[in-house]
Design a protein around this ligand. Structure first.
Ligand code: AKB
Length: 319
């Protein structure tokens, strides 16, 4: 049976790259990208959709005979702290809508992105275990913990095959992040390419789990295509890429762009970062569906700089 895949939050940092990867894999006719506004020209169907609108989701699911949903729409950690109640409402209501529409319309699989933000200060800083008390300090983290538990509930109670990854900070040249605590690791490259200094909002020794976009997208599709019988985690899988701090990231950029300058001015996001682990244990993902990252920091910097140089050269030539 042909897959018909609906993506919410397709304008987002991950959603936009995922949409293109799914188009490549399943074909343009199989993908329905959705978001609040039509901003990006995807080579697939696009529909304006506010995922807080239950009827809106259901109409599209029926119109396109959807078989899978990737629910990428969410408010991230830093923005979430500015509007805690709104963040809870948006993150939970959109998830409930997706879960309910999926259950009632026989959707085969749902993807729900969770985050390292589910952890709180009590977790061991290094190699944070897959199963450990999740006591997050942010409303974003609270919504992700609740989401994981609902995913597990829908699987056990209704047999809805909800699959999930706890993403580290995602780094990619294709899109810009918005409202996260790990956003510095993308912003820094844009400044470096444009020969501007970067003022980092985290201090230089703040080590966090990170992952390159290619790895993050591959992990997502590999998990969604893994045989059901292999999956032992029905909340959300830890998926690790690598860990580094801003100083290490800046050094890897300086190896290619020696003039690059960085300074540090921590803001409220420092407290959020301090509440997260430095690295996470992803042995369950490795065992259950053969997860393995491919990108280390050297490779990431080389690839980011090469692709952003092409992007900005292209822009300059056009203007
Ligand atoms: C954020 O910083 O909020 C996100 C995340 C780690 O989930 N990138």
């Amino acid at each position: 049976m042909e897959e018909k895949i609906l993506i919410t939050g397709a304008n987002g940092q991950l959603g936009s790259v995922l949409a293109n990867a799914l188009i490549e894999r399943y074909g343009s006719n199989s993908i329905i990208a959705t978001d609040l506004k039509h901003k990006i020209k995807f080579k697939c169907y696009f529909e304006v959709l506010d995922a807080t609108d239950y009827d809106g989701i259901q109409t599209l699911v029926r119109k396109y005979s959807i078989t899978q949903i990737y629910h990428m729409a969410a408010i991230l950690s830093a923005t979430g702290e500015k509007r805690p109640h709104l963040t809870w409402d948006v993150n939970m209501e959109t998830l409930f809508n997706v879960l309910e529409v999926s259950r009632l319309n026989n959707i085969k699989k749902v993807f729900f992105p969770s985050s390292i933000a589910v952890y709180g200060v009590d977790v061991p800083k290094t190699n944070a275990p897959q199963n450990f008390a999740t006591t997050p300090n942010t409303v974003y983290g609270i919504s992700k913990v609740a989401g994981e538990l609902w995913a597990n509930y829908y699987f056990n109670r209704y047999g809805l095959d909800v699959r999930s990854i706890r993403y580290p900070g995602v780094i990619g040249y294709q899109s810009l992040p918005g409202g996260g605590t790990t956003d510095y690791a993308v912003e820094i490259y844009h400044k470096a390419i444009n020969q501007e200094p970067y003022e980092c909002f985290l201090n230089k020794t703040t080590t966090l789990p990170m992952i390159y976009m290619e790895d993050a997208i591959r992990a997502t599709i590999e998990l969604m295509e893994a045989p059901l019988k292999n999956l032992s985690v029905r909340t959300s899988y830890n998926v690790a890429g690598l860990s580094f701090n801003p100083e290490e990231l800046a050094s890897s950029i300086k190896e290619i762009l020696p003039e690059f300058q960085i300074s540090y001015k921590p803001d409220f996001r420092q407290d959020i970062a301090n509440s997260w682990p430095e690295s996470i244990d992803d042995s369950k993902a490795r065992k259950d569906w053969n997860w393995k990252p491919k990108y280390n920091l050297k490779k990431i910097s080389a690839d980011m700089i090469k692709n952003l140089q092409l992007h900005y050269n292209y822009k300059t030539q056009k203007s």
